[in-house]
Design a binder for this molecule. Sequence first.
Ligand SMILES: [Zn+2]
Length: 196
Amino acid sequence: MILPIVAYGDPVLKRKATDITEDYPKLDALVDNMFETMYNAYGVGLAAPQIGLPIRMFLVDTTPFADDEELTEEEQKSLEGFKRVFINPKITKEEGEDWAFNEGCLSIPDVREDVFRKPVITIEYLDENFKAHTETFDGLVARVIQHEYDHIEGVLFTDKLSSLKKRLIKGRLSNISKGKIKVDYRMRFPDQKKKR
Ligand SMILES: [Zn+2]
């Protein structure tokens, strides 16, 4: 089932999400629905707050990035089929020198900006079967995980921009909250005027 994606301006996107337990109701269905919702919107990651749930869970499938011909064959291979569910994750280490990547977000359609992040991360998490893992990722895989991880911390990529950039996109962000945008997937807008 395709779920509506929460748009910029909804308080759930600003909230620090909470851990879940193994008995979380209908977790399998939630994971399936979130993947379906993400693929339908051509996303590479989706965090639970983006469908209105303030829980520490996100999923990632970087396969669409593997087509980028500017990447090395090794990079393409690391992106192809990288599909994971991260539950109660904790980034324990971020290393290396900040690098810029032009990020976008399914909750903020049509806005893309360069965001600086560290290239190598170590993350502890539970998978969809509540099996614990500790792994180190780099490059675009790390980038997508960092972006999604921010969502469960209540942080959006637009929060990381310079104050000048923030001023420049303010009007567009406010239009997104009001639903004054064209988007080809289901969304829920916090400031949309109710139609009678
Ligand atoms: Zn996002």
